[in-house]
Design a protein. Structure first.
Length: 203
DNA sequence: AACGACTACAACCGCTCTGCC
DNA sequence: GGGCAGAGCGGTTGTAGTCGT
């Protein structure tokens, strides 16, 4: 990291003072996009230097990933998307990047912000008015995801395929590989929430 | 009109993970 | 195996805009 690298010659705070910070201008956006077009969206430190933006690589990456990338959707989160976010959050917790991966054109930052400003309040209100208490603890959610990994390993190891693991048809890689599917398919969510329910509240 | 409270969201920070040497 | 740099993630902060008084 650029900031950490300079520890030997000067304080991190000194360097941060020299860095451009705050909101990006249209000119900065244009420069960044131009450099990425030439060099690709890799080596952010080099991109930051090449573009002459006086911003850290991290900042450039964030700007590109959240706002400048092609096919980014901004605002107007539909009811369907909101429902999906709610379901996925129930399933995965604050794994924003995973949730974003399920919503084409949406970024983890946008979903995180949307959750914090809209949905978290909604959930609170629902709970106060006697809403669902189906959610799992962090530990339990971790277990759900870990179970998915374990299940997949077991499936690979067992050649007979007729044991108890065959009941669970999840492959983690495929599970989070959304490229093959159409957007906003809710069936798999419902399917997994049933599994989730079983793990969180074993009979 | 002025001001404070609240909201939404862009951006930053610190940390972890991953790959390379 | 250990150290380093780059990349990525989630939590938090800063601030512009909006609303109510």
């Amino acid at each position: 990291m650029a900031e950490k690298e300079v520890k030997s010659t000067g304080s991190v705070k000194d360097v941060r003072k020299e860095m451009n910070r705050g909101a990006w201008t249209a000119e900065e956006d244009r420069k960044l996009a131009e450099v990425i077009e030439v060099h690709g969206a890799k080596r952010w430190k080099m991109i930051a230097t090449t573009a002459g933006l006086n911003r850290c690589g991290k900042s450039c990456r964030l700007r590109w990933m959240n706002y400048l990338r092609p096919n980014i959707k901004r605002g107007n989160i539909s009811d369907q998307e909101e429902d999906l976010i709610l379901r996925l959050h129930k399933l995965l917790g604050n794994r924003w990047s995973l949730i974003a991966g399920r919503l084409p054109g949406r970024t983890d930052n946008e979903i995180k912000n949307y959750w914090n400003s809209h949905l978290s309040k909604k959930i609170k209100q629902e709970k106060q008015s006697g809403g669902s208490t189906r959610g799992c603890s962090k530990l339990q959610r971790t277990r759900v995801v870990e179970e998915m990994n374990v299940v997949e390993v077991k499936r690979e190891d067992t050649s007979n395929g007729g044991d108890q693991c065959s009941k669970m048809n999840f492959n983690v890689d495929e599970f989070f590989d959304f490229s093959k599917e159409g957007p906003l398919n809710l069936e798999w969510v419902s399917q997994f929430l049933e599994l989730d329910e079983g793990l969180c509240h074993p009979s």
